[in-house]
Design a protein around this ligand. Structure first.
Ligand code: CAA
Length: 384
């Protein structure tokens, strides 16, 4: 194996695996039906230190490395992808943005409760007409005395409903394009911030995805994260970390589908023998294991670059691209191996298939990852 895990990383993995398979798994199928937000999972995950894992202890985190984080996140995704997406957004684009760009006051006020899991956070970048191209966003923040007044609509916001604080990007200077976008901290309850339409999704059904509507929402200038014009950079660097998380989620769901398929083919008999004895099925098992292992190594590679403090934009996108495409293939194959039963709700593989579908879409589509990867190679002349 390319990466040898340390005793501490193995301990974290085992601790989260035990918690996830006992507690998180118990309600995952039911929540998929009812769409009930797993608030009780997050309470316990906060106590276990899983909501701000890479944040320094003085700000409520665990000061864990990224390898430990991806191990933990994939263990949670193994049982419940809805729970894992909230954990992913919270740890990366929310907590890490505060940690990297926040002032001491902002960290004390917002990062401490976020990283300790007391509250959930959200990040609002996407808009109805600005998804892959966030520079074309229309939300504006106009300076008015010591405040900014924000107007616009954010779309597809993970934890839009259940978050207590939102990071929201808005244009502060239209003429500056990406350098004219800034990022604001908006606590829930601020007049002018409302939760809008809630999506009825194909998968990740227990995680809420909503619009955030900003109508003359007034926030003090002290609520700007970073400097004026830093908003795009904050979003991009948060997404670098977020993309490792989506890759880890993909790995976790793929492992769940793979384990379910292996269990099924050993039991299911056709033509007088377990279908696992048929070469057509055995070769699928080998191909699936190979794809999953390749994704794992790419995830570890991106995570360890991040831990060494090196630029990991390209590797995060490579891991996200490969792992998210991989899990779509693995979950489809797992259904195929279950035959007709795979198409029913009596087996978990149809849930895995629905949950995995968005992994090639959110936090940058596969097409966007290819832009990022090729830009990194061709613009920065980094060798593949
Ligand atoms: N880190 C820091 N800064 C970065 C950066 C990074 N990873 N990537 C780019 N930048 C900076 C560049 O340095 C550059 O700054 P300067 O002009 O000062 O040099 C600036 O940003 C522009 O960079 P590019 O020229 O590379 O940008 P581009 O326009 O060519 O490409 C893009 C940008 C890659 C297409 C980008 O727009 C992108 O990633 N789009 C997809 C957005 C996305 O992933 N949205 C998902 C939203 S979140 C979500 O899914 C919901 C959820 O809650 C789960």
């Amino acid at each position: 194996m390319l990466f040898k895990l340390t005793d501490e990383q193995l301990m974290i993995q085992n601790m989260v695996r035990e918690f996830s398979r006992k507690v998180v798994a118990a309600t995952a199928a039911e929540r998929d039906k009812t769409k009930e937000f797993p608030a009780d999972n997050f309470k316990q995950m906060g106590e276990l230190g899983l909501m701000g894992m890479m944040i320094p202890e003085e700000y409520g985190g665990e000061a864990a490395d990224t390898i430990s984080y991806v191990l933990a996140l994939s263990e949670i995704a193994y049982s419940c992808a809805s729970t894992s997406v909230v954990m992913s957004v919270q740890n990366s684009i929310v907590c890490e943005s505060f940690n990297k760009f926040g002032t001491e006051e902002q960290k004390k006020e917002f990062l401490v409760p976020l990283a300790s899991g007391e509250i959930i956070g959200a990040f609002g970048l996407t808009e109805p007409d600005a998804g892959s191209d966030p520079v074309s966003q229309e939300t504006t923040a106009i300076k008015d005395g010591d405040d900014y007044v924000i107007n616009g609509t954010k779309r597809f916001i993970t934890s839009g409903l259940h978050s207590k604080v939102c990071l929201v990007t808005a244009k502060t200077d239209e003429s500056q394009k990406h350098k004219g976008i800034s990022c604001f901290i908006i606590p829930k309850g601020t007049p002018g911030l409302e939760v809008g339409h809630m999506e009825d999704k194909m998968g990740l059904r227990a995680s809420d995805t909503t619009d955030l509507i900003l109508e003359n929402c007034r926030v003090p200038a002290a609520n700007m994260l970073g400097k004026e014009g830093d908003g795009f950079k904050i979003a991009m660097s948060g997404l670098d970390s977020g993309r490792i998380g989506i890759a880890a989620q993909s790995y976790g769901v793929a492992m769940a589908a793979f384990d379910a398929a292996v269990k099924y083919i050993k039991k299911r008999k056709q033509f007088g023998m377990a279908i696992s004895k048929h070469q057509a099925i055995r070769f699928q098992v080998a191909d699936m294991a190979t794809q999953i292992e390749a994704a794992k190594q790419l995830i570890f590679s991106a995570a360890s670059l991040k831990d060494r403090g090196e630029n990991y934009t390209r590797e995060a996108s490579i891991a996200k691209l490969f792992a998210s495409e991989m899990v779509n293939d693995i979950t489809a194959r797992a259904i195929q191996m279950h035959g007709g039963y795979g198409f029913t709700k009596d087996y978990p593989v149809e849930r895995f298939y629905r949950d995995a579908r968005v992994f090639t879409i959110y936090e940058g589509t596969s097409e966007i990852q290819r832009i990022v990867i090729s830009n990194q190679i061709l613009r920065d002349k980094r060798k593949p």
